[in-house]
Design a protein around this ligand. Sequence first.
Ligand code: HEC
Ligand code: HEC
Length: 133
Amino acid sequence: MLKKRTLAVIASISTIIFVTSATMPAEKEPEYKNLKVLPKKISHEDMDKVMRHYSKSLGVKCNFCHAKSADGSNKLDFASDEKPEKLSAREMMKMTNKINLKYFGGKKEVFNHAAMEVSCNTCHNGKSHPEEH
Ligand code: HEC
Ligand code: HEC
């Protein structure tokens, strides 16, 4: 027969195990959910730089490409592909990467706009539609 004391020890050990497993971070999930061109493990800092470069180059805010959340709040659902502008932007990203890789001997650092010869801004120069001068 187990003594009361032993039972108490078992109980407290299982409490400790339970508490630690509940507070320990689970397998780190990738921060971004829907990346098809950018590297999946892009850092938060690089993502910020890339997105600010897009906005500035096109003279727009984030909501030009990113749809509103379905929950009715004013938040944007960055992972959503609902806006056609986001899909166009992806094609533009591939095109810009290809121009740099193929014609400028660029490196595969496709998100480092500072190291790119041709960036979104080369054509857009602050406009969403470069041909509208
Ligand atoms: C010109 C279009 C455009 C603008 C403007 C833009 N984005 Fe994006 N954003 C994209 C595209 C395209 C992707 C997906 C990239 C990919 O597939 O690799 C993306 C992806 C993201 C993601 C990752 C979402 C996920 O979980 O997959 C975040 C976060 C994000 N953008 C934030 C922003 C913020 C914040 C701004 C404003 C400062 C912004 N974006 C402005 C086009 C844009
Ligand atoms: C070689 C020149 C060039 C480069 C580089 C370029 N673009 Fe474009 N982009 C254009 C032109 C021209 C249009 C207009 C096409 C049209 O109106 O049919 C356009 C249109 C777009 C549109 C569609 C706007 C809308 O209202 O639907 C988005 C979004 C866009 N570009 C994002 C980008 C992003 C992001 C980059 C950098 C990754 C980029 N572009 C790089 C030339 C370029």
